[in-house]
Write a protein that binds this ligand. Sequence first.
Ligand code: BGC
Length: 726
Amino acid sequence: MKRTIAISLLSLLVTLFAGAQTAVYEDASQPLERRIDDALSRMTLQEKVGLCHAWGKFYSGGVPRLGIPGLWMSDGPHGVRAEMDWNEWRNAGWTTDSCTAFPSLTCLAATWNPQMAERYGRAIGEEAAYRGKNVLLGPGVNIYRTPLNGRNFEYMGEDPVLSATMCVPYIQGVQSQGVACCVKHYALNNQETHRWHINVECSERALRELYLPAFRAAVERGKVWSLMGAYNKIRGTHASHNAYTLNEILKKEWGFDGAVVSDWDATHNMREAALGGLDIEMGTSQRRDKGISAKDFTFDESYLGNDFLAALQRGELPESVVDEKARRVLRLIFRTAMNPNRKHGNQDYAAHSAVARQIADEGIVLLQNRKALPLKGHRLLIVGDNAVRKLTEGGGSSELKVQHETSVLAAMQAEFGADRVKFAQGYLPGRNDYEREHSVAQHVTDSLREQAVSMAREADYVIVVGGLNKNKFQDTEDADRKTYDLPFGQPELIEALARVNKNIVVVLMSGNAVAMPWADRVGAVLQAWYLGSETGPAVVDVLTGRVNPSGRLPFSIPVKLEDCAAHSFGAEAYPGDGKTVMYKEDVLVGYRWHDTKHIAPRFPFGHGLSYTTFRYGKATVQKQGDDITVTVPVKNTGSVAGKEVVQLYVGEDRPTVLRPQKELKAFQKVLIEPGETQNVTLRLTPSEDFAFYDESSRSWQANRGTYTLYIGASSGDIRQQLKFNF
Ligand code: BGC
């Protein structure tokens, strides 16, 4: 008995002692920075180095001895990617890793609705948390500079204010689950051609005014916890270890306290990586400089692995260099993997599909409508490969293994009955492959077209579901598109169909603008992006009028490629000479170019039609301290409820430097019932919203003088202009 009591007392003491010994770094009630100091003070040099590089394809190091876990990462940005092999680009073959595919980020941007971005982020964050992920590799916020860029579908369009406004709630939504976003690809990764080494030369103004604001908003407003460096070079140095953009701008100027992650295989030099602002090296899979091939490579051989350790041990680099990195990585680990408030998340496919559908419904853009839509006929013919194709596959790292993906054909047949909805293939894109291009014999293309044309004669409506498809050269990583035209004989197909049927509706799936020389010959055109799991239902919602379209273009659609700024300066400006690309259009990207140079696009930035009409009343401006408020009454003059996106652009009347005619500074999406009028309010802060980046003083400057405020339904549909003296 006595012995038992003694043993219990002893074990109690041990427990109490152990409790008192809980290390500060483990104690989530302690301030974050104290926990980091404590963890660092316990770590060996080698352990600190271990935090700075990958230990697997999508896993970076922790401190096993101290029970500090590493970070599980996943692509991003449209769904949580399938599990991959430890060090291969191959699916691991799990059966529990199917996801909900959300619409591509271009579609999200096209909603012009920050609430949608928050819902998107929260839902994808829930799936990421459930799958045990700590870092979601997205969102992508590179500016849309050319419609040929293979990855534009992963980004949020051509305007810095739109992409900044939309990325912040996405990040907040994901991070509310205790999962970090890794905003990418910082910076100037605006083309895939030569992406591994192309050196981008662009003015400081264009950098600050166009290419950086979304990243800055992600950091300052979104409080993003990690950021991915890009593949390309910036002013001669690789972006993933570029001291100017990472140390000077990101960390010093913007106060970013998270970790910089390299893009996969974007690290090229130990010293640059050590000193150039990189914190976690990912994806290095061989060391050509040391003759280590992929099959012999181990993760210690990363640039920030053994080489880094040796340089620290020899005193060639001060220990403060690794401390600084380890500190950032620990911060990221404490915010995610060791966050006691981290959510367990869920894989509620039904709830997440509902979110995906809502975003798709709001993001589809009705580009043109000659009374063709909503559908009224009975005999419907669907034509085109994208009506039956899985568009969540392909494209590169954003590929998804989906729990379901409902095609347009399946959704149309479910809606109208299989007997009323016929299908013709129309064109063939060649084998499904995003690494190689496969051709199709001309006689096959011809006979598919003829078959579709003969079926079109019997239909009330012909709905062509085409566009690009994430195969090689058709919206995919590592390869830009080769031309601006629709591929696989689609232009000829559309023209031929239009000759026999006047109710042609073209549904374009793509993340990019395409040439539409046939636009005048068809009844309606929908821009339907890549919509993910709920593709078919969302397209049917809009075609039938169950949903009144309210998406607006996040980029301009030029008539021809040469009308696009980057393409009007020849190969030097795109794609460059293989070594360097010069952003000669400077600050005139997208509508900034079209407006300033008076080159009318086919469809302007911000454009999108509705099944109702809106009338703008007289706007008023009020000054409140340093801010101004613009109020405009907008009336729904049609017979169905609809959402209008009121856009406010600003231009300086007599600028002292080259400035765009006008730039988007605020917007508001509102739901208005038929006959109802709503007062829409837009706010500006002149000292910021009127400013340009002054290269000589290296600061933002707003000149005193007169500015024009343009209020409109798109950059090409300005309903009112007001003068404002600043
Ligand atoms: C892409 C990144 C992606 C990473 C991991 C890279 O090739 O550029 O966007 O997150 O691979 O899959």
